[in-house]
Design a protein around this ligand. Structure first.
Ligand code: CAA
Length: 293
């Protein structure tokens, strides 16, 4: 059964991006937030992205209108009952995700496929809140979702072949390159990315180089689009700290352990770009200035 209608739960940074790419790929998309205020904020964010694409000439006025027409917001979970696929992008907390999927399991027909955009939690542990673990996968997108070409399609030991292949095909329909990953904490990208980011902080702590020199080294020496400390500010230091704790808990390996500096920055509320301060100061967002430690 091919996916016709998509539901997205959560319209924050990731959810709004996912809803936008689903609607842009031609899927009627219903996105749900918990309050009218958050719903409004999320839809306005998508509108801003679409306007930017329009101004650059990437999409026509007509295409913008069609995307808007396919995208609907709601605060009621019941409105998702007609969806063939539901992608969850809510807060990264296991109890909240389990509770949400247990409710959706009652609302949606058994044929609906459930997917979580979690970056670090175990898909199996979320799926077991439902009676359909065979139709449960991970669909892990990357920030900014409309730009990044990858989606990790994660299967658990319980996911059946038909649902899994449907999700790989769905990833392609979104214009992404799907990669197949098993339900191992961090999947492929964070398994490799998180130790690299944490090592960049350790290099800074040990005085190997300055913030700018560490960033420039990886940008200019390796061709990465952002240096690791800029990327940490972009992803969010609180998010990275949280992911590293889950990965360390799973693997008990030093490479996943949060360096003391990261912990202290998160405690101080220096969560990166979104909080105005991280490894850089974003008082002028166009000209971030490296912090002094
Ligand atoms: N939302 C939507 N579009 C955006 C955007 C955003 N937040 N930021 C930039 N873009 C678009 C721009 O509009 C531009 O589009 P066009 O080519 O059509 O003009 C394009 O992206 C390039 O942007 P810029 O020229 O302004 O800047 P850039 O060349 O430096 O690219 C970037 C910006 C795409 C973010 C690039 O720096 C990059 O790829 N950085 C690395 C991002 C990354 O690694 N993301 C993964 C993080 S890990 C994660 O998400 C998962 C996890 O579990 C933690």
């Amino acid at each position: 059964m091919a996916i016709q209608k998509v539901g997205v739960v959560g319209c924050g940074l990731m959810g709004s991006g996912i809803a936008q790419v689903c609607a842009a790929a031609g899927f009627p998309t219903m996105v749900r937030e918990v309050s009218a205020d958050l719903m409004d904020k999320g839809l306005k964010g998508i509108e801003k992205q679409l306007s930017r694409l329009g101004e650059k000439g990437t999409i026509s006025e007509a295409a913008k209108g069609e995307i808007r027409g396919r995208l609907k917001g709601t605060t009621s979970l019941d409105d998702l009952k007609g969806c063939d696929l539901i992608v969850e992008a809510i807060i990264e907390q296991l109890p909240a995700k389990r509770e949400l999927f247990a409710s959706l399991d009652i609302i949606c027909p058994p044929s609906t496929i459930f997917a979580s955009n979690t970056s670090s939690l175990t898909i199996t542990e979320i799926a077991t809140a439902t009676k359909r673990p065979q139709r449960f996968v991970g669909l892990h997108f990357f920030n900014p979702v409309p730009v990044m070409k990858l989606v990790e399609v994660v299967r658990t030991i319980a996911t059946d072949d038909a649902a899994y292949e449907e999700m790989v095909a769905f990833g392609r329909k979104l214009g992404k390159t799907p990669v197949r990953a098993k339900d191992s904490t961090g999947f492929i990208v964070n398994r490799l990315l998180v130790p690299y980011l944490l090592d960049a902080i350790r290099a800074l702590e040990e005085g190997v180089g300055s913030i700018e020199d560490i960033d420039n080294s990886m940008k200019l020496g390796c061709g990465y689009p952002m240096g690791p400390l800029t990327l940490l500010d972009f992803v969010g230091l609180d998010t990275t700290y949280y992911i590293s704790q889950i990965m360390f808990d799973e693997f008990k390996e030093r490479r996943f352990a949060a360096p003391p500096l990261l912990k202290r920055m998160v405690l101080a509320g220096w969560n990166g770009r979104k909080s105005g301060r991280g490894f850089y100061d974003y008082a002028d967002p166009q000209k971030p200035r490296p912090m002094k430690f």
